[in-house]
Design a protein around this ligand. Structure first.
Ligand SMILES: Cc1cc2nc3c(=O)[nH]c(=O)nc-3n(C[C@H](O)[C@H](O)[C@H](O)COP(=O)(O)OP(=O)(O)OC[C@H]3O[C@@H](n4cnc5c(N)ncnc54)[C@H](O)[C@@H]3O)c2cc1C
Length: 300
């Protein structure tokens, strides 16, 4: 029996699982390997001002931003994976920049960026090294004290639903907000730059350009999405005109009601992080881990 079963191995589920195993619990992470995971498509921006967050979510974003340097250092030590983290600022611009050197005349907002793929790898490696288990299986049903897959029914004292855009199947108010993005062979800006509806930022020495937003389960980078990205880069980012496409990304952002806490006896949820799951992940993981540890003290 697992003390905790975490359903979904994107950044939210993986960081929660890591925190719980670090706290000494026996944790199994279930990961279905769905196409369209948001975390792997993400830009990895840590930009609370530019994203216009307010209220409690804004406070979580600031908490997440403040925690990133120590989180990345801790994950490096536990996993051996180096996660890029640059907190040199975020540039929201009113007009397209003629070149990146023009940014020197603008004051950046607090924030920066990380690489979400490396972050995910570090969190899962650290989790495994501390004794966590990953089951590469889809969870098909949940009930108090149980997790079901196609082949088995496994006991778990607590279940955490963290399966992103797919959480609707467990009765949560979540739907997909698909995003598409490109990596271009072009010298990158010094950090995330926002112009109009999109942004550009560094990724692996080149430039990540994003991102579309459509409410759909259609898979892949669609012609409509590609056309938007091409039009957008021509209008908003003169330095990126004509740069060859190296890679494309797509994923389903988990949109709908942000739900972090108990949803049924023995079941908690951490879903609905929409456009800001990388930024919010440290604060969500901390909260869910504290809730589980508190519940742990209550006899069941
Ligand atoms: C193009 C794009 C750009 C983005 N840019 C940013 C950004 O710059 N900054 C930022 O903070 N956020 C950004 N986001 C948003 C961010 O990526 C998401 O909010 C975050 O990754 C959500 O993480 P998650 O773990 O909830 O979901 P996901 O990463 O989607 O992970 C969910 C996981 O659950 C698994 N799963 C599903 N169903 C089951 C099941 N039944 N059983 C077991 N496993 C299951 C899936 O296989 C998947 O791996 C962006 C998103 C996109 C698409």
């Amino acid at each position: 029996m697992s003390e905790v079963a975490v359903v979904g191995g994107g950044i939210i589920g993986s960081l929660i699982a890591y925190r719980l195993v670090r706290a000494g619990l026996e944790v199994t992470l279930f990961e279905a390997g769905k196409e369209g995971q948001a975390t792997r498509a993400s830009a990895g921006m840590l930009a609370p001002d530019a994203e216009g967050l307010s209220g409690e979510v804004r406070a979580w974003a600031e908490e997440g931003l403040a925690e990133y340097p120590s989180l990345v250092a801790e994950l490096r030590e536990k996993s051996g994976v180096e996660v890029p983290l640059i907190l040199g600022g975020v540039w929201p611009l009113e007009h397209p920049p003629a070149g990146w050197e023009a940014l020197a005349h603008h004051r950046p907002q607090p924030g920066g960026y990380t690489d979400p793929v490396r972050l995910l790898e570090a969190a899962q490696k650290a989790f495994l090294r501390l004794g966590g288990r990953i089951e590469r299986k889809e969870v098909t049903g949940l009930s108090e004290g149980w997790v079901e897959t196609a082949s088995r029914r496994l006991p778990a004292r607590w279940v955490v639903i963290a399966c992103g855009a797919w959480a609707g199947r467990f009765g949560l108010e979540i739907h997909p907000l698909k995003g598409e993005a490109l990596r271009l062979a072009a010298p990158p800006p010094p950090g995330p730059v926002f112009v109009g509806e999109g942004y550009a930022l560094p990724r692996n020495g080149q430039t990540y350009l994003g991102a579309t937003q459509r409410e759909t389960w259609r898979p892949g980078v669609e012609p409509e999405g590609l056309a938007w990205l091409e039009r957008y880069r021509a209008e908003a980012f003169p330095p990126l005109r004509g740069a060859p496409i190296l890679e494309s990304y797509w994923g389903y952002r988990p949109a709908g009601r942000l739900t972090v806490g108990p949803v049924a006896p023995g079941v908690l949820a951490a879903v609905g992080h929409r456009r800001n799951g990388i930024l919010l992940a440290p604060a969500t993981a901390r909260r869910v881990a504290e809730m589980v540890l508190d519940l742990w003290k209550t006899p069941r």
